[in-house]
Design a protein around this ligand. Structure first.
Ligand SMILES: Cc1cc2nc3c(=O)[nH]c(=O)nc-3n(C[C@H](O)[C@H](O)[C@H](O)COP(=O)(O)OP(=O)(O)OC[C@H]3O[C@@H](n4cnc5c(N)ncnc54)[C@H](O)[C@@H]3O)c2cc1C
Length: 808
């Protein structure tokens, strides 16, 4: 074994081998893979080998497309047969709701060039005669699906990597990892030690244990998964003979099963409701090429539906049942990327669909290691999308929920109940008794809307039971004053003598003077948006930064990676040690004025001013800013004061009719101002000019901030896209996100977010379109639930276009 190398990849499953191959493909050939047994010794060897490109997240779909297209390349390059069968596939819907869901899924793929199409149940039957068309209302046909041989595929990656210079040591178990002061790693194995710069945890079923070697508790858990293989079936043999083709893949969502041809018979697998975690605390190192005991009873319900939907199975004998474990994260997406707080410890685990996603994971991770950036928007897969709330027990509850719902519909307004409530703020019970319907975001219970007595959230693709109440909440803000909780935002305190200079380098904006706030885009080296914050200068050495709650770890990782070594800057994520309330609306100043002796007139406390002051008896930080686009205040306080501040504001606001509002009303309000939000309008896919944020990018400031050169280039070239707001002639449903935007009948862009802007009474879609057509007023269409609805450009914000309400 070598004594030194650049990268050690731990784990020779399909994911580790893909990472190794991609590193060598991009020129890093001094790399090593360590495998405790033979290649494929985790979950890989017993996989069903199915792969497809469709995914609910268009960014993940892109990586799946890449994975599927890569197979021919590695087969040819390695000379290893991977048993590729591109059979194409069907996704079947047995109910109208399911078909609506499929329409929205399909629409998402359109601007990315997805070739899947909607077909009738009869057309599906003509393609796949094993199904009973009476059981279905329709289907999606996807030409890019198939299956392959897991063993061959893994070896094709491995052989390709070796051909490029990588080394693979089998029967070499990593037993410990120690980081040295210079940041390099000692990888301690049962065969000796190897030093390296980077360690990749691709240990699959043992990813948790390899995480624990460095004190990490990765949110990953293995679940048992079963599929059965039938004896030869005459229907299959007959189809193959008469058509010269193999039967295609089917995912039957309502049966919660998938099927495909396996030799002259069929394979049927299930994601059963009665699911079982495997080795929930610790994966035994003794586990090898073994299968788990079969337990058909647990999947009887699913099989019964499957056999009804595909009657030919009733006459088939079962040749084999496979029960094997494989890993999931709480939301089912992989955990990829550099782990926060560590130098060069990389995660490539929780890949539950290794044959659809393994190539994309390898590509993104190799880019990230070599270039410092994944090269794509991989937030949906980023290991940093979870905070420390994702404990072992949280992961267990969420993974079980996710597994049992793998083929269930998730409605756009549906909040899943698993592992809740976990994080709550001090006013949780007060909000609850006022009718709050909560969603969980980054583990925290956050009010979405306030339901009148007897009204519940009904999950739907269309406007639902919350519609009237959300409308009322939004209107109170525009007409009088509303109060909402804002604790779910991420809050960072940056302090120290070097903080001003450091922030000037990190953020693209001009830093505000003491007592002022500014909108602060953050760019990566390529000049793409990796953050949009509000920064408040408290006293030139202490800055409060407010950002998206879900990106707290993501942003902290970036901040910490760029901290100076001299200790002159300190950054802390305040979590729930600082909680927030916000009041907004024309009467909000009157409410604040009742609670302080200070002058809060526009002259004394103008728009974007911030003060540390008392509100009643409570010390707070009060900023004059509101995401509603109205006159408003964000009020930050220590948690022990929140109940008091809440009661005091409600009492002071009573004479003005103060009322609570939640995130859904906030969405309606910010749409009227065309305000964008992180992970929707603002992502590493877009530059600040494209996103309409260039006025907040201080190209003329002296400091050379990260991404400055690229932002200058974007300004010169004009970028390619523009963010625009559209009014849609919607019927009973509004956009959710990712719907295609067409211009003169051709798909030209995509929706980032939208909804019903209640006070204005119109349906709004915000999205990106090519700059050449971005100022056309008419000719637009937005697809909602399979129907292309006319839309028109809304060039100015719907509410208060000159900003006088929030500024005076
Ligand atoms: C029954 C079943 C059916 C499936 N069907 C499909 C399907 O149709 N399509 C699909 O895409 N996916 C399917 N999967 C999932 C697929 O198997 C996984 O996505 C994939 O195997 C994950 O690969 P991996 O490389 O991440 O992990 P693993 O395959 O678990 O590989 C990890 C490797 O790391 C090694 N290792 C661990 N710790 C150490 C250490 N300390 N030192 C050295 N080596 C170590 C292990 O020995 C192992 O070889 C299925 C899974 C099951 C169980």
């Amino acid at each position: 074994m070598k004594s030194h190398t650049r990268v050690v990849v731990i784990g020779g499953g399909v994911v580790g081998c893909s990472v190794l191959y991609h590193l060598t493909k991009f020129g890093w050939t001094d790399v090593v893979l360590l495998e405790r047994s033979e290649l494929t010794s985790g979950s890989t060897w017993h996989a069903a080998g199915g792969m497809h490109t469709i995914n609910g997240d268009p960014n993940v779909a892109k990586l799946q497309k890449y994975t599927v297209e890569l197979y021919k390349e590695i087969e040819e390059y390695s000379g290893q047969d991977i048993g590729l069968h591109m059979t194409s596939g069907l996704m079947l819907a047995a109910t109208k709701e399911r078909f609506d869901w499929m329409k929205s899924l399909l629409a998402k793929g359109k601007y990315a060039g997805g070739e899947a199409t909607l077909i009738s149940a009869q057309e599906a039957y003509e393609m796949m005669p094993l199904l009973d068309p009476k059981q279905f209302v329709g289907a999606v046909f996807d030409p890019h699906e198939g299956h392959l041989d897991p063993y061959g595929t893994t070896h094709a990656y491995a052989k390709s990597a070796k051909k490029n210079g990588a080394e693979i040591y089998l029967h070499t178990k990593v037993e410990d990892l120690v980081q040295l002061e210079d940041g390099t790693w000692r990888v301690i194995t049962d065969k000796g030690e190897i030093r390296c710069e980077h360690v990749v945890n691709a240990a699959g079923l043992w990813a948790r244990e390899v995480g624990r070697m460095v004190g990490l508790e990765l949110p990953v858990l293995a679940m048992e998964h079963m599929y059965l293989i039938t004896e030869d079936m005459p229907e299959v043999i007959d189809f193959n003979k008469t058509t010269g083709k193999e039967l295609m893949h089917c995912v039957d969502f309502d049966g919660e099963i998938y099927i495909r041809q396996e030799r002259n018979g069929m394979l049927m697998g299930t994601y059963e409701k009665d699911c079982r975690p495997w080795s929930p605390i610790e994966t035994p190192w003794t586990f090898g090429h073994e299968l788990l005991a079969e337990d058909l009873e647990r999947i009887t319900n699913e099989l019964e539906i499957g056999f009804r939907h595909f009657p030919a199975f009733n006459n088939a004998g079962i040749r084999r049942i496979i029960n094997g474990p494989f890993t999931f994260s709480p939301d089912g997406n992989p955990l990829v990327g550099p782990v926060r707080g560590m130098t060069n410890y990389w995660s490539a685990c929780a890949v539950m669909a290794g044959f659809s996603q393994g190539g994309g994971v390898g590509l993104a991770l190799a880019n990230w290691i070599i270039e410092g950036d994944p090269g794509f928007d991989v937030f949906a897969m980023d290991v940093c999308r979870y905070g420390d709330y994702a404990t072992l027990a949280y992961t267990n509850a969420k993974v079980r929920e996710n597994y049992s719902r793998r083929f269930s519909i998730r409605y756009p307004n549906e909040e899943l109940p698993g592992a809740r409530p976990l994080l709550t703020t001090p006013i949780y019970d007060k909000l609850k008794s006022a009718g709050a319907v909560f969603g969980a975001s980054y583990g925290l219970e956050t009010p979405l809307w306030f339901a009148p007595e007897g009204v519940e959230d009904a999950f739907s693709w269309r406007r639902s039971t919350d519609f009237e109440a959300v409308g009322r909440e939004a209107k109170v803000v525009r007409e009088s004053v509303g109060l909402m909780e804002t604790s779910g935002f991420a809050k960072y305190m940056v302090s120290g003598e070097g903080s001003r200079a450091w922030l000037d380098h990190m953020l693209a904006c001009k830093l505000p003077e003491v007592g002022r706030m500014a909108l602060a885009p953050m760019l990566n080296d390529a000049g793409k948006l990796i953050g949009d914050f509000t920064i408040a200068n408290l006293d030139d050495e202490d800055f409060l930064i407010i950002g998206s709650g879900i990106a707290e770890d993501y942003h902290m990782r970036w901040f910490e990676q760029h901290l100076p070594d001299d200790g002159s800057v300190d950054i802390e994520a305040l979590n729930l040690n600082l909680v927030g309330l916000s009041i907004a609306g024309p009467k909000s100043r009157d409410v604040i004025a009742k609670l302080t002796h200070l002058d809060v007139s526009d002259a004394a406390l103008p728009f974007m001013a911030i003060r540390e002051m008392d509100l009643g008896m409570a010390p707070v930080i009060l900023g004059r800013v509101s995401y509603t686009g109205d006159l408003g205040y964000e009020i930050w306080m220590r948690p022990e004061y929140q109940r008091y501040v809440f009661d005091t504001l409600m009492e002071a606001g009573a004479e003005f009719g103060i009322s609570l509002f939640g995130l859904r009303a906030l969405n309606a309000l910010r749409l009227e101002k065309s305000f964008g939000s992180w992970s929707r309008e603002y992502r590493p896919l877009y530059g600040p000019l494209e996103a309409g944020l260039s006025r907040f990018v201080a190209l003329k400031k002296e400091a050379s901030f990260i991404g400055k050169q690229a932002a200058l280039e974007e300004k010169l070239s004009g970028g390619t896209l523009r963010l625009r707001t559209f009014i849609v002639e919607a019927k009973d449903a509004d956009v959710i996100g990712d719907e295609p935007i067409s211009y003169k009948g051709e798909v030209r862009g995509w929706v980032t977010s939208g909804g019903f802007a209640h006070p204005s009474g119109v349906s709004v879609a915000i999205g990106y379109v090519p700059k050449e057509i971005a100022d056309e007023m008419d000719g637009w269409g937005v697809e909602i639930l399979g129907e292309i609805l006319p839309a028109r450009l809304q060039p100015l914000s719907l509410f208060d276009a000159n900003g006088s309400r929030m500024r005076s």
